[in-house]
Design a protein around this ligand. Structure first.
Ligand code: NAP
Length: 245
């Protein structure tokens, strides 16, 4: 048997479980399983990780940072980002953490973001683990980054500081908050949508619903828009490659 699973707090009907079970069916991998592991506290993960019949894990909210002390090592990018969403058990039994959110985000920009040259700028809404993966990719692409947060901390500005000039000079706005996620579909980040033009690309990490209020406002103002589904699929595919390397 080849066993894999998802570690998180509240998993319900998770994307990852459906994605991998479907993949195993399509590839006729009858000896592969994928389970959800709902942990009330991160401390419970020690026992789970000791089960060396499980070859790999995905990690989701709220444990992407808290999992790190339980691992034997981190790949360099996961270390820089400070968050892990994929774990691989090596042949020698070591548990190594990776960040495939950044791979998913990076690869999902193909065909969406055609902003070239210098002076590219992005606003990242929210300052959690997903935002850090987005920051890593955008810095690597030479974007100037400005975090927007509910509280001013570590150089972040607050939503009420977003004026017309700031919005108009931005190429990309990434919603890295959970605002707008089902069932709270009427929520959206409080940015001044009225200043958006076709220059601003709006990217929502949220994928459920397909059309968030954030993206609808963008579309109404002629912005190119993209939701988080492609990223989600690409990060899962990147995890699969790591487990099978
Ligand atoms: P998180 O840590 O729970 O939240 C991210 C940040 O959002 C927080 O640090 C906070 O920043 C801001 N925030 C939280 N609640 C808010 C509220 N009510 N109003 C305004 N801002 C709020 O989540 P995460 O793990 O970074 O993930 C963020 C989102 O990305 C989630 O919806 C997640 O499902 C999605 N995601 C998607 C993918 C994908 O593949 N598509 C991958 C990873 C994550 P401040 O305190 O600084 O305001």
């Amino acid at each position: 048997m080849k066993k894999y699973g998802l570690i998180g707090k509240i998993l319900g009907h998770s994307f990852s479980q459906d994605y991998f079970r479907n993949k195993f069916n399509v590839l006729n991998l009858k000896d592969h399983t994928y389970e959800n592991f709902e942990l009330k506290e991160i401390e419970q993960v020690s026992l789970l990780l000791k089960d060396d019949s499980i070859g790999g894990f995905n990690v989701t909210i709220p444990y992407k940072e808290a999992i790190i002390p339980y691992l034997d090592g981190l790949d360099g990018v996961a270390k820089s980002i400070g968050a892990v969403n994929t774990i691989n058990r090596t042949k020698e039994g070591a548990l190594i953490g990776f960040n495939t959110d950044q791979i998913g985000f990076r690869n999902s920009l193909d065909g969406f973001l055609n902003v070239s040259g210098s002076n590219k700028s992005a606003l990242i809404l929210g300052t959690g683990g997903a935002a850090k993966a987005v920051e890593y990719v955008l810095r690597d692409m030479d974007f100037d980054i400005q975090y927007v947060s509910r509280t001013s901390k570590n150089g972040a500005i607050t939503y009420d500081q977003l004026d017309k000039e700031r919005i108009n000079s931005t190429d990309l706005i990434v919603n890295a908050t959970p605002l707008g996620t089902h069932p709270n579909i009427n929520d959206c980040p409080s940015i001044p949508y009225e200043y958006l033009t076709e220059r601003q690309h709006l990217y929502d990490l949220v994928y459920n619903p397909e059309w968030t209020k954030f993206l609808k406002f963008g579309q109404q103002n002629s912005c190119p828009v993209q939701n988080g589904l492609k990223m989600l699929q690409l990060q899962a595919e990147a995890a699969w490659l790591i487990w099978n390397a």
